[in-house]
Design a protein around this ligand. Structure first.
Ligand code: UDP
Length: 241
């Protein structure tokens, strides 16, 4: 797993946002993966995920405290978490400043619609290039529409690894655009679901809040995060011995 962790962005969220702002200004195409234990664990047995996590043109940012801890355990330098919600939030305010466009793909119909209306109200200079909920039959057809719309930012909220695979499959069809898989961010940013209170975010226990709110997440958490840390520990011991 070290091969993936070594590629993770190691400066602050503020620095990364400044970098993305420059990409927007210069129309530089970018695919950002908010990397968490789940994506790293899956990549070990999934050729396409493995390829994209090792692809030099793809940016990996650390989403999740377990990724930060894993990096520290294996001696990889990282600074702080950079989450999908924070990147999405930043990009929208930046699009407003630069008067550029966004396409939103994912979440339930009422969630994405609420989100679009919220963006229109809060950020009147953002151009909505289009949107689609994430429960359509033909996801590739939505990407045909996105190619035509040629947005400056495209946020895809379908959950890991579907959102990343879909972006990676289609990214060569675009000349520009910042593409990010943002998981459950539309639910939170639309106001349909509450994000964890600041206390949980500050103390890196946002995961605990999400499990408390949705106990069905516990199994997923165990399968990714807990097993992940065990595997990292094994790699660390292997490295030392
Ligand atoms: N989702 C979707 N289509 C699907 C399955 C899921 O649009 O077929 C959306 C779902 O509504 C949610 C997001 O994908 O908004 C995934 O959220 P989750 O909380 O599982 O992602 P995480 O943030 O944990 O990666």
């Amino acid at each position: 797993m070290l091969q993936y962790l070594k590629r993770i962005y190691n400066k602050s969220q503020k620095d990364y946002c400044a970098f993305l702002s420059g990409c927007l200004e210069n129309n530089t195409k970018k695919f950002v993966i908010t990397t968490n234990p789940e994506s790293i664990m899956m990549a070990e047995n999934d050729e396409m995920l493995d390829k994209m996590l090792l692809d030099e043109s793809v940016d990996l940012v650390p989403d999740g405290i377990a990724v930060i801890k894993a990096c520290q355990m294996l001696g990889v330098d990282v600074t702080e978490r950079i989450t999908g919600v924070d990147i999405a939030d930043f990009l929208i305010s930046e699009l407003n400043r630069q008067k550029k466009s966004i396409y939103l793909f994912g979440a339930k119909p009422e969630v994405v619609e609420t989100f679009v209306n919220k963006i229109k109200a809060d950020y009147p200079d953002v151009q909505i290039a289009g949107y689609s909920d994430g429960y359509v039959k033909d996801r590739d057809a939505v990407f045909d529409e996105i190619v035509n719309a040629a947005p400056d930012v495209c946020l895809v909220a379908l959950g890991i690894p579907h959102q990343e695979k879909l972006i990676y499959k289609h990214i060569d069809r675009f000349e520009k655009g910042i593409f990010v898989g943002v998981g459950g961010s539309f639910d939170v940013l639309s106001g349909c679901k509450a994000r964890a209170p600041q206390f949980f975010i500050k103390h890196n226990i946002e995961w605990l809040y999400r499990i408390a709110k949705e106990p069905s997440r516990l199994k997923r958490f165990y399968n990714s995060n807990v097993k992940f840390i065990f595997k990292i520990r094994k790699e660390k011991n292997h490295k030392v011995s």
